[in-house]
Design a protein around this ligand. Structure first.
Ligand code: SAM
Ligand code: SF4
Ligand code: F3S
Length: 455
């Protein structure tokens, strides 16, 4: 579905001298942030400006995430507190977007218990935003559009958060149905974007000076499966690598069951593809992996890691891990620690299992207490700290190319950036370096970053 130009002009007319400041907050993954940038793009066309202070906003949109219960609880807490803002400013419009809206029990709860909410916008219906806003401005009490529109090639302009790092969704949805995960239920089945649309978007971004392109999909390795063999993900990487310019290509996430030799060849043969792979393992126990429906074993996972490390022993890997999956035994947990030690990840993103209504795992018996899960999590983080402390030392004495992100939050007079390996690098410098590539010689390693001097 394309955005409706007539509706956009009508909103501009209706807004007239009314306030036009929007507060848009995204709570979820990078895909969710990218949706937030599209929402802002549409709002900009309607004449809205943006604010980071919800108390001065005329329109508030909360772009939500459903992946864990605490993400949902946070949003309900914030929506609850917005009742006051609405009392102070009855013209304030409040909308809920994002993955939470796709669960019917949540949409019901919002409608029933949060009368301060004016509209609900589904993840596949972003271009319906003008229509919903028009309803609000015309006095309709509550409106919603959570339909799954297919025509996402009708892409909209984005207001990007960064002027040098850009996220580019290459596909939407997921077919994998890992038993703990809500994403396939809230994002629908896999749909790949047309290769020519992706290529021209990346060409445009590089022309505009972007230095890092992050390709996004729930499992980028199945990109193109619905395009009849026209282009696979490794082929897409090679094609994007041909674009002239000084920039990096990153991507996430990569499902281990589909991480092919072609993918690894492309990573090593494409000079613009970063020296880093995010390969979510979730657990080191075959029993748990089976019950998670991950469709690989620890051995298969390690064989991918071995292939990578046989080409570059220092290659950087990161992962996602779930602690406390239903009935995870001590042995299962030990197997997770074991795989962490074997792989030596540079970083991990670990989560305590959160029960999601509607998923298969929500029906599984679970005898592990929350306290035990918490203890396992603390232990796992301690092990990872030891691994990172040791593993980061390999960078000392090396020269790393760094894309500078920001001034350092921890050291005065320092800036912070990421290397191609996705390692945080800090060094003395000022904010004129933000958004540029610099070479840094590494002098010191910590467990969360390395420190060096500009060369
Ligand atoms: N599609 C990606 C993949 O398969 O790796 C990422 C999906 S999800 C947005 C990001 C991470 O959230 C997952 O890798 C998993 O570790 C975690 N996650 C998903 N569902 C969860 C749940 N119910 N409880 C705890 N963590 C969960
Ligand atoms: Fe969720 Fe699994 Fe799909 Fe990732 S691959 S989004 S974890 S179902
Ligand atoms: Fe992302 Fe959360 Fe949706 S992780 S896909 S915003 S459920």
């Amino acid at each position: 579905m394309k955005e409706n130009i007539t509706e956009i002009s009508e909103i501009k007319r209706l807004l007239g001298n009314r306030g036009r400041l929007a507060y848009v907050r995204s709570f979820g993954c990078q895909l969710n942030t990218s949706d937030g940038e599209k929402i802002k793009g549409l709002l900009k066309k309607m004449g809205y400006g943006f604010t980071d202070d919800e108390s001065e906003a005329d329109l508030i949109i909360l772009n939500t995430c459903a992946v864990r219960e605490n993400a949902e609880d946070r949003v309900f807490g914030i929506v609850g507190s917005m009742k006051k803002l609405k009392e102070l400013n009855p013209e304030l419009i409040i909308g809920i977007a994002g993955c939470m809206t796709a669960q019917s029990h949540i949409a019901e709860k919002i409608k029933k218990s949060y009368p301060q909410v004016d509209f609900v916008l589904g993840t596949s219906a972003i271009n319906a935003l003008p229509k919903l806003l028009l309803d609000c401005l015309n006095g309709v009490k509550f409106s919603a559009d959570i339909a799954e529109y297919d025509d996402f090639s009708a892409e909209t302009e984005q207001v990007r958060e960064s002027s040098f790092k850009a996220s580019v969704p290459i596909m939407f949805g997921c077919n994998n149905f890992c038993t703990y995960c809500i994403v396939p239920y809230v994002r629908g089945r896999e749909r790949s974007r047309r290769p020519e649309d992706i290529i021209s978007e990346v060409e445009g971004l590089v022309r505009d000076g972007y230095k890092e392109i992050m390709l996004l999909g729930q499992n980028v390795n199945s990109y193109g499966n619905d395009l009849g063999g026209e282009m696979s993900f490794p082929q897409l990487l090679r094609r994007l690598n041909e674009i002239n310019g000084d920039f990096w290509i990153r991507f996430m996430s990569s499902h281990p069951k589909d991480a092919s030799k072609e993918l690894i060849d492309a990573i090593f043969e494409c000079d613009k593809v970063a020296n880093h792979l995010h390969l979510p393992v979730q657990s080191g126990s075959d029993e748990v992996l089976h019950r998670m429906n991950r469709r690989y074993t620890a051995e298969k996972y390690l064989s991918i890691v071995n292939d990578i490390r046989s080409r570059d022993p220092d290659f950087s890997l990161t992962t996602d891990l779930i602690v406390g999956f239903p009935d995870e035994t001590n042995e299962d947990f030990e197997a997770t620690l074991d795989i962490m030690k074997k792989v030596r990840y540079d970083n991990i993103y670990s989560f305590i299992y959160s029960k999601r209504t509607g998923t298969k795992a929500a029906e599984m018996p679970d005898s592990i207490s929350e306290e035990e899960k918490g203890q396992r999590m603390r232990h796992l983080l301690e092990i990872q700290r030891e691994i990172s402390t040791e593993h980061y030392k390999r960078f000392i004495g090396r020269r790393m190319k760094v894309l500078v992100d920001d001034v350092s939050k921890k050291r005065e007079g320092y800036v912070s950036g990421k290397s191609s390996e996705f390692i945080i690098v800090e060094f003395e410098g000022d904010n004129s370096l933000i958004g540029t590539f610099v070479d840094v010689e590494i002098t010191e390693a910590m467990n969360w970053a390395v420190v060096g001097r500009i060369v």
